[in-house]
Design a protein around this ligand. Structure first.
Ligand code: HEM
Length: 512
């Protein structure tokens, strides 16, 4: 086929440019084919100018006047797939971004992401670190700097055996969560705003893994600094999209969003530094007393490698941040859906009780034998992917995706919410059906639902997060029957950089 095209090209060149439409069409076809990569569909390669998308004015109108920032996930479907197809461009403030909303095309992008994948070049998170002279952590660093910390942390966070070793630590946090739910669930077992309980659970869980000590988030009276840390994360996420959508000159004219954003980060960095310094001091005191120091916690591993302390501070801050909303949202949606699907809840409880054979505290080896539990978390993350849209920037070279030439350094938005609710991939896509993941004949595109990302830059906390979710959900099901709040309403997701519940979720935890 290629050689036929080449012959045609040559023939056309020799014959000179013809005015006949058919020959013109063949000419374009032959030229397009010459740049199409081996193994991809032969088609004309189009430029970004030819890519459809909303005008700047209509995009800004939808985002700001029609509360579009919190509905960005819906716009992936409403605009993108329905109005423009699986690829469209839009200018998000000063940034032009290409949206990709098809599993096959997402795969094409990720296959070309290179040795040191980059999420986003223009993040206001990086600007803040530059401004304050902080180092970047794993979420924000790039290139060799990212690779060095990724390899180091990967050894302790990605290897199954290393992660299983955290089950006792995490189980003691789960025990406190159960006690807290019991304490909060009055009257009639009602816990109002489960997400706020799970924020504290998430922060306590990730802190226990980072510091091997407890910080009291699940105590009856929560330390004020903990509440402020959680509040800072929430506000920082609200401000992230806003600060990115505003060109930097606007920060001077309308300084409030940028200032609030920086204050939140300042508090988060201080909080992490305070805990690290406290832990390091306790160890130095031990050494001074001639006692042996050994640790099995992430801050210890990081600080033992000779990394500058600024790098340790930034990595711990980012890990703390990454472990809070992600866990809280997934826990909240899981119990919300299970409360509304009592049949699934009963089957899941049967699975847990069968594996446990009378014991009440599941461990890592137990949850490994609970397929419906894993399918439930997969289904929850398909319906409510915590990161509804991820991004990639490919700085080294132009790439081809879906027949378009994407110039290097273009911000490419991967529309995971759209693909994971695509009826062409998942039947009844808006319904909670965990069993779909257990059917042998169930095949879907492997990039349709990728809540932890794929490849070298995928979520490094995945195994810890999954273990934490499995241990907490299985134990909650052993201890309680979960029912919806009789006065509750149905809750939709909203985008706050991450995908979170739009309204409070209240649930009944009835003692079993
Ligand atoms: C349900 C829970 C979670 C979900 C759905 C989730 C999802 C994700 C996603 C989608 C990414 C981006 C991947 C990419 O760009 O390809 C990511 C990155 C990351 N996550 Fe998670 N995450 C979760 C929990 C956690 C936890 C508990 C931690 C900390 C222990 C964590 C730490 C990180 C870090 C540090 C990165 C950046 C990795 C890098 O750039 O190398 N995550 N996560």
């Amino acid at each position: 086929m290629i050689s036929l095209r080449r012959m045609l090209q040559q023939a056309l060149r020799v014959s000179g440019r013809s005015a006949f439409p058919l020959v013109k069409w063949m000419e374009r076809w032959a030229e397009g084919a010459a740049v199409a990569p081996e193994g991809t569909k032969q088609q004309t390669v189009k430029t970004l100018d030819e890519m459809p998308g909303p005008s700047v004015a209509s995009f800004v109108w939808d985002l700001f006047a029609k509360r579009g920032l919190s509905r960005l996930h819906e716009l992936q479907v409403g605009w993108g797939v329905q109005r423009y197809g699986p690829m469209w461009k839009a200018s998000f403030g000063p940034i032009l971004t290409v949206h990709v909303a098809d599993p096959e095309l997402i795969q094409q992008v990720l296959r070309q992401e290179g040795q040191h994948p980059m999420r986003s070049d223009l993040s206001s998170w990086k600007d803040y670190r530059k401004l304050r002279g902080h180092h970047c952590g794993l979420l924000t660093s790039e290139g060799e700097e990212w690779q060095a910390v990724r390899s180091l942390l990967g050894r302790h966070m990605l290897r199954p055996k290393a992660v299983e070793a955290y089950d006792k630590t995490l189980n003691s946090v789960v025990s406190d969560l159960i006690a807290k739910l019991r304490h909060s669930s009055r009257p009639q077992g009602l816990v109002t705003d489960v997400a706020s309980e799970f924020y504290r659970f998430g922060l306590e869980g990730i802190s226990s893994v980072l510091f091997e000590s407890r910080i009291g988030c699940l105590d009856p009276v929560v330390p004020e600094e903990t509440e402020r840390f959680i509040q800072s994360i929430n506000t920082m996420f609200v401000m992230t999209l806003l600060t990115m959508a505003m060109p930097s000159w606007l920060h001077q004219l309308v300084p409030k969003p940028w200032n609030i954003f920086c204050q939140c980060w300042d508090y988060m960095f201080d909080f992490a530094k305070g805990h690290i310094d406290q832990r390091m001091k306790a160890e130095a005191d031990k050494v001074a007393r001639g006692e042996k120091v050994e640790g099995r916690y992430l801050t210890y591993y990081l600080s033992q490698t000779g990394l500058p302390m600024k790098t340790v501070y930034s990595n711990v801050t980012e890990l703390l941040l990454a472990g809070v909303d992600t866990i809280s949202s997934t826990m909240s949606w899981s119990l919300y859906e299970l409360s509304r699907h009592p049949g699934v809840q009963a089957s899941l409880r049967d699975e847990v009780l069968n594996v446990m054979e009378g014991r009440r505290i599941p461990e890592a080896a137990d949850v490994a034998r609970m397929p419906l539990l894993k399918a439930t978390v997969k289904e929850v993350l398909r319906l409510y992917p915590v990161i509804p849209a991820n991004a990639r920037v490919i700085p080294e070279r132009d790439i081809q995706v879906g027949g378009y030439l994407i110039p290097k350094n273009t911000l490419i938005t991967l529309c995971h919410f759209a693909t994971s609710r695509d009826p062409a991939v998942f039947s009844n896509p808006d319904e909670f059906q965990p069993q779909r993941w257990l059917k042998k004949d169930h095949t879907h595109h492997p990039y349709a639902s990728v809540p932890f990302g794929v490849g070298k830059r995928s979520c490094i906390g995945r195994r810890i997060a999954e273990l934490e979710l499995y241990l907490a959900l299985s134990r909650i099901l052993i201890e309680f029957d979960i029912k919806p709040d009789p006065e509750g309403v149905s809750v939709k997701p909203m985008t706050r950089t991450l995908l979170v519940p739009e309204n409070t979720i209240s649930l009944q935890f009835n003692e079993r």
